[in-house]
Design a protein around this ligand. Structure first.
Ligand code: FAD
Length: 324
């Protein structure tokens, strides 16, 4: 049973990432009554974000401020997290299954000789044990795993656990601890971060994804998909074939060797449905496939299928959504 989980909070551009709120909800679901959910908030000027963490289920916030933690580097975060774990002694450490979580969790787990279960999408719990469920073989099967080390490490797939928000009551006691960490000389330093696709919704966290494949045929062909995504407040994604063909940036690739997304609605436009693509999107809540080939494999996993030319169907959808 979990009674003292610690959630590593991810901050990007001064904002807490949604997956960290989901991790707090996950920690609360796992925990037996009377436990304590600690949020570890690392950065250089992030103390103002603590309130949001309490509102999303943290009972304690450990605030670690250091100039080296302004940008994520494996070296600095690894050192800081090890020191937090030494002081807080959590039973389990939870992170998002994001680029940061995938990079950091195995390094810290290995250093402590601890067990790690990654990419968790759900769990089963009884009095004796907790079994964590994660997709394997590109989403073709699921495995159930338990972990017995103390601490253990868990990463959760974004968009799988529903965040819980409760406004803080006036005068409620909030437990904030400022922890000083010693970060030794870093082997790598981030000099500059150049962000691509600024202004667009973060693909990994998007609730609606409009993804295009080779069928989109050109850079210009993506314009109607972008229009639909923008209208719905979603993000544009792509198959590897579309990226390889130069229709869009590799940062948009979804699949086995790209990003994993689990939006509420996934539009697969001109995408055949290769297993490597499904690995990145098959857990989406609702899949809408648009393809001119009625035998395209994507229709086998789609909740809604539209057989037709994407250059006719997508503008019609956009028009219909505008009228709602
Ligand atoms: P295609 O398979 O060519 O399908 C195009 C579809 O568009 C067809 O179904 C066609 O009917 C339809 N179409 C064409 N014109 C229109 C139109 N006008 N209107 C409507 N429909 C139309 N792929 C990924 O996506 N992500 C990955 O991460 C990934 N990793 C890989 C890793 C490895 C090791 C390997 C070997 C492959 C990987 N692939 C990955 C590639 C994958 O196998 C497929 O080649 C790729 O997903 C195909 O992309 P696609 O569906 O866009 O193209």
């Amino acid at each position: 049973m979990v009674n003292k989980p610690l959630v590593l909070v991810e901050v990007r551009n001064g904002t807490i990432r949604e997956v960290s709120f989901e991790a707090l909800a996950f920690a609360n679901q796992l925990m037996k009554q009377g436990g304590e959910v600690t949020a570890a908030l690392l950065g250089s000027d992030v103390s103002g974000l603590s309130k949001e963490l309490f509102e999303h289920g943290a009972t304690k916030v450990v605030h670690v401020s250091h100039p080296h933690l302004k940008e994520y580097t494996t070296d600095a975060y690894r050192q800081a997290l090890l020191q937090i774990i030494e002081v807080e002694k959590p039973c389990t450490v939870i992170m998002g299954h994001t680029a940061l979580g995938k990079d950091l969790s195995p390094r810290v787990a290995m250093k402590l000789g601890a067990g790690l279960i990654s990419d968790i999408t759900s769990f089963e719990q009884d009095e004796q044990q907790t079994l964590f469920i994660r997709p394997i073989y590109s989403g073709k099967a699921f495995e159930k795993k338990s972990v017995s080390t103390m601490p253990s490490f868990l990463t959760i797939r974004p968009n799988n656990f529903i965040k819980q928000h409760q406004p803080l009551k006036k005068n409620r006691c909030t437990n904030i601890v400022d922890l000083k960490v010693d970060i030794k000389e870093l082997r790598t330093v981030v000099k500059e971060t150049a962000e691509k696709m600024s202004g667009q919704v973060d693909l990994s966290a998007a609730k609606i994804v409009v993804a295009g494949g080779r069928g989109v045929k050109s850079v210009e062909g993506f314009a109607p998909l972008k229009e639909l995504a923008t209208l719905l407040g979603g993000a544009v994604g792509a198959s590897r074939a579309a990226c390889d063909a130069g229709y869009c940036d590799y940062g948009l690739q979804i699949g086995q060797t790209g990003k994993i997304v689990t939006p509420t609605i996934y539009f697969a436009v001109g995408i055949s449905g290769a297993i490597q693509h499904l690995a990145g999107m098959s857990q989406s809540k609702t899949i809408v496939a648009i393809n001119k080939d009625p035998d395209a494999p994507i229709f086998e996993i789609a909740d809604y299928g539209i057989v037709g030319d994407l250059f006719e169907v997508v503008p019609l959808l956009t028009k219909a959504f505008k009228e709602i």
